[in-house]
Design a protein around this ligand. Structure first.
Ligand code: TYD
Ligand code: MG
Length: 451
């Protein structure tokens, strides 16, 4: 009898090895390698090729309908827009994000709306139906036509869907599905791959739209293999920080639409509420207090108007604290060093707390000048002029550098009542109604504050 072959696969990054190891050499995760049984290799030979399966029917393209199927709209426009203009029938989609961010809430809300027009089966593999019921009560009325099950057995889910042929199947979450055919625990790489494979076939062969939720690891990947991303038609992330109410829905892959659209929500008492005009909302929340500076960054194809907030306070201990969120902490430390070097402000003796309102994240160096002004505004305890947007990069020598696509930011800022721009002198600008303050280097920043 031939011996069953096993291999070990990392749950976190899908690294494979034939030997078990305590720590994954690829992603350094501990205890993440799980055993998988390798399926016996297919016999490749003439006889096998002849007897394998039935013959395919080859057709010319013109016999395939070229009109796309009608998309399914939930009426929650932030969702409908991001997924590419309504749900594509037959698609297999994953919604992922940190635990507790609101995936189940969003799935329940959209399936509730979709159930008004379509048959929707909701499989809650993670939470009991009682828990789902409690959540549903917070969200208000739940459509009687939306049907639930707490089955997590993949074969049962697939058989149920094949028999009843609903338009949409929701599975919350795929990590908790199990398949009796796979030889490993639910949530392991083997199980996930197996589940995804069957669900993909369910979507394509039965014409059912399948939406699954999935957790992400601390590195931000979908927990389990990258292969999951390749198997699905679209991957959506729900992001934000638990302590902030703003949630951003973004796409990293979408076979049926652009990945540049973003959806904005706020977690409220009654679930996720849409924020259709995020910039209006962000601008209405801007404080214009000392330590606040307005800047703009591109999120996908959309300019966002963000408030940067800094608090500097004389340090009571030897090593000053730097508590930074929303931007790379090194970017803030570097700008503080540049300001200290050229302007003699003693930030090294101050604790620095820094964040971006709404829990947004910024990576662009175009925010350098905004960070510098938020720090100086807090240090001097003087607010910046109101309705002023700050855009520029700062070099190590203290020069203010121009940024890309500035006119896109300015057009958006003008719509929301921005009256003044603070930019690099070398920046080329289109005609604008805003007053422009041009600066060459950080020395000129001091003139914005009274001595
Ligand atoms: P949930 O959808 O369970 O997150 P996930 O499925 O991504 O793990 O959301 C859980 C959080 O949302 C929880 O902290 C409670 C909060 N919440 C509200 O604030 N308001 C609501 O109406 C609901 C349903 C949840
Ligand atoms: Mg959940």
């Amino acid at each position: 009898m031939s011996k069953v072959k096993t291999s070990y696969s990392c749950n976190s990054c899908s690294y494979k090895t034939i030997k078990w190891m305590g720590c994954c050499p690829e992603c350094q995760e501990w205890n993440s390698l799980v055993e998988e049984v390798i399926a016996p290799a297919m016999v490749i030979g003439k006889a096998a090729a002849v007897s394998a399966g039935k013959a395919a029917i080859m057709t010319p393209l013109r016999s395939t309908p070229d009109k796309p199927k009608e998309r399914m709209f939930s009426g929650i426009s932030e969702w409908d827009r991001v997924i590419g203009g309504g749900l594509m029938p037959n698609s297999f989609i994953i919604l992922t994000g940190d635990p507790g961010i609101g995936k189940s809430t969003l799935l329940l809300q959209i399936s509730n709306r979709l159930a008004q027009k379509y048959t929707v089966f909701y499989f809650s593999t993670e939470e009991s139906l009682q828990q789902v019921h409690q959540r549903a009560q917070r969200l208000g009325t739940i459509n009687e036509k939306l049907l639930f099950s707490d089955q997590a057995d993949l074969q049962t889910i697939v058989t149920t869907a094949q028999a009843a042929k609903p338009d949409i199947v929701i599975i919350d979450s795929i990590q908790n599905c199990y398949s009796n055919n796979a030889q490993s625990f639910p949530g392991s790489v083997g199980q996930l791959r197996e589940s995804a494979f069957h669900l993909m076939r369910l979507a394509k062969e039965e014409g059912i739209t399948v939406i699954v939720s999935g957790h992400i690891t601390k590195e931000g990947n979908i927990a389990g293999p990258k292969t999951l991303e390749h198997m699905v038609d679209a991957v959506f992330y729900l992001q934000g920080e638990e302590r902030w109410q703003t949630r951003v829905l973004r796409s990293v892959k979408n076979r049926f639409g652009t990945i540049n659209e973003l959806g904005f929500f706020q977690m409220g008492e009654q679930g996720l509420e849409q924020v259709p005009n995020i910039n209006e909302h962000l601008m209405s929340e801007a404080s214009y207090a000392p330590g606040s500076a307005l800047t703009s960054v591109l999120e996908g194809s959309r300019p966002l108007l963000l408030e940067l907030q800094a608090l500097t306070i004389e340090s009571k201990i030897g090593i000053p604290q730097r508590v930074v969120s929303g931007v790379d902490h090194k970017q803030v430390v570097l700008i503080a060093a540049i300001l200290e070097k050229y302007l003699q402000v003693r930030l090294s003796a101050h604790d620095i707390f820094f964040k971006i309102s709404g829990g947004f994240k910024v990576k662009e160096s175009a925010a350098d000048l905004g960070i510098a002004l938020a720090l100086l505004s807090s240090y001097f305890q003087q607010p910046l002029p109101e309705k002023t947007i700050v855009l520029g990069e700062i070099s190590l020598t203290g020069q203010i550098k121009p940024i890309n696509q500035i006119n896109t930011f300015i057009r958006e800022a003008e719509k929301f009542g921005v009256k003044q721009l603070l930019v690099a002198r070398s920046q080329k600008l289109e005609k604008t109604a805003c007053k422009v303050i041009s600066i060459t280097n950080v020395y000129e920043l001091l003139s914005l504050f009274t001595a």
